[in-house]
Design a protein around this ligand. Structure first.
Ligand SMILES: C[S@@+](CC[C@H](N)C(=O)[O-])C[C@H]1O[C@@H](n2cnc3c(N)ncnc32)[C@H](O)[C@@H]1O
Length: 474
């Protein structure tokens, strides 16, 4: 029986080849259609607690049905004797025949279980479903949608900035869970820390309990059939709000779950908020847990210590008319990340990037006053040695009153006064430390190192004290 079941799922898994041949990339993108591997589907199914009672299952964005079929196969192995009502939402007509035929085969095979199947060929977000479900399983579509789209307007309570459709699928599913219901989703990691998911994280924390997060350590090896570069995670939530909840965090190298490890951690440690923004952290080792325990003990952040982080204003394609290869009268230095060699400023460089910018009334808004600044590169990936890459700008090294900073750079400064050199180096040593690098990797799953995330960076109490003392003495 077991062997036959896995064979059936392998057949379903391989349907993507024919399907992808018949449907072009544009179609796939339009529907956010990326199919789940069998090994991931089985892992997701294994996360639900077995119940021998009548069960209502929802699979939203069902595709070929691999997730719900895996889940029902799993139930059948546990001598499930009650009734199943399976609801599947799928908006793409092209895939409905495949979905229907896969479900018919399942129904015929498991004739000892009574399965009622309800395929709804509608938009999951817009449909008014009054049912409540025991289990919800989903690999929802992922793509950005317009804030004024019908879906975003309908889910207005969780929208902040530009929404992604997958977040709406998760929020609507939380809404449709029964009080003791559970849901398991595979999605990009971005909802755990991205600023556009802020309201959603708040909604998630207030309306559900986090049970399990699985993270794939390599970015491109989790969907073997699809070319996906996003970091992807599996999240299990329960509707019940559990006091002193503990969460299982697991990790594996790939979708075959090689190098699988798991640990339990208190929900309070991984979902807490600095500056009113809840961030979901994903520690994968014991040393990660120690770091978030340590950082969790402080209420200081770069922001609370009076620092601001902004982004360089010079965008080459927009401001080309002001940029110069050589120094000319009334021009000031323009710095790119290339100008920082092992954190030290080197200027001008003989490279293919303009090293000066004109200082005229028209270009003034692109310039900043010469001062002491800590530079932090805006993009880095998890494969790089360091996520936080720094550079120093020291006022004494520059003769012009103004400078230009290119848009791939963030700069840290204080609005109330100039930061002195020592203070800049103390902050730089801290942000450049291995500990901060690790903390950043636990909290950030995309390639951006954005200004607001940096401003929320916790500052350990001893460092905050050192900074205050330095300010008093200078
Ligand atoms: C990422 S695919 C996952 C398919 C399948 N569940 C799996 O795991 O392989 C998402 C599916 O959701 C469907 N979909 C996209 N937008 C939808 C919507 N608004 N309502 C219902 N289904 C939608 C797509 O056509 C696609 O088949």
């Amino acid at each position: 029986m077991t062997a036959r079941i896995s064979d059936d799922l392998t057949i379903i898994e391989n349907q993507y080849i024919n399907y992808n041949n018949l449907n072009d990339e544009i179609h796939k993108k339009q529907f956010g259609q990326y199919f789940t591997d069998k090994s991931i589907a089985d892992y997701m199914s294994s996360l639900f607690i077995n119940k021998n009672q009548d069960i209502k299952i929802l699979d939203c964005g069902a595709g070929n049905g691999i997730l719900s079929i895996s889940l029902i196969n799993k139930l059948s192995k546990y001598n499930f004797t009650k009734n199943i009502e399976l609801t599947l939402y799928e908006i793409d007509n092209n895939i409905i025949p495949l979905l229907t035929s896969n479900l018919n085969k399942l129904q015929n095979k498991l004739n000892n279980i009574n399965i009622k199947i309800n395929i709804i060929e509608k938009n999951f977000i817009l449909d008014n479903n009054q049912n409540k479900f025991d289990y919800i399983i989903s690999n929802p579509p992922y793509f950005k949608i317009n804030k004024s789209s019908e879906e975003a307007v309908r889910m207005n309570h969780i929208v902040f900035g530009q929404p992604n459709i997958y977040m709406l699928f998760m929020a609507k599913s939380i809404e449709l869970l029964r009080n003791d219901g559970e849901m398991v989703f595979i999605t990009p990691r971005s909802f755990t820390s991205g600023s556009y998911f802020k309201k959603f994280r708040d909604y998630l924390k207030t309306n559900s309990s986090l049970q399990h997060i699985h993270i794939f350590k390599t970015r491109n090896k989790h969907f073997k059939n699809e070319n996906i570069l996003q970091e992807t995670i599996i999240t299990k939530l329960s509707k019940k709000i559990i006091r002193n909840n503990t969460v299982t965090i697991s990790s594996s190298d790939n979708s075959l779950f090689e190098n699988y490890q798991e640990a339990e951690i208190s929900q309070d440690l991984i979902i807490n908020s600095l500056d009113k923004d809840i961030i979901i952290k994903i520690p994968t080792t014991k040393s990660d847990i120690k770091i978030i325990e340590k950082f969790g003990k402080t209420n200081n952040s770069l922001k609370s210590l009076g620092y601001t982080v902004s982004t360089g204003k010079v965008v080459k394609f927009r401001n080309n008319e002001f940029l110069l290869k050589e120094y000319k009268n009334k021009s000031v230095p323009l710095y790119w990340m290339n100008n920082f060699k092992q954190e030290k400023l080197e200027h001008p460089l003989n490279i293919n990037k303009e090293q000066y910018i004109i200082n005229t009334p028209n270009s003034k808004k692109l310039l900043i006053k010469t001062s002491n600044y800590l530079i932090i590169k805006r993009f880095s990936s998890k494969e790089q040695k360091r996520r936080i890459n720094l550079g120093y700008i020291l006022k004494d090294d520059i003769k012009e009153d103004y400078i230009g900073l290119e848009n791939h750079l963030n700069y840290l400064y204080r609005k109330d006064s100039e930061i002195n050199k020592n203070e800049i180096f103390i902050i730089g040593n801290f942000l450049g430390s291995i500990e901060v690098d690790k903390y950043f990797r636990i909290t950030n799953g995309n390639t951006q190192v954005n200004a607001s995330e940096l401003m929320n960076m916790p500052i350990p109490n001893n460092l905050a004290k050192e900074i205050y003392e330095l300010r008093q003495n200078s």
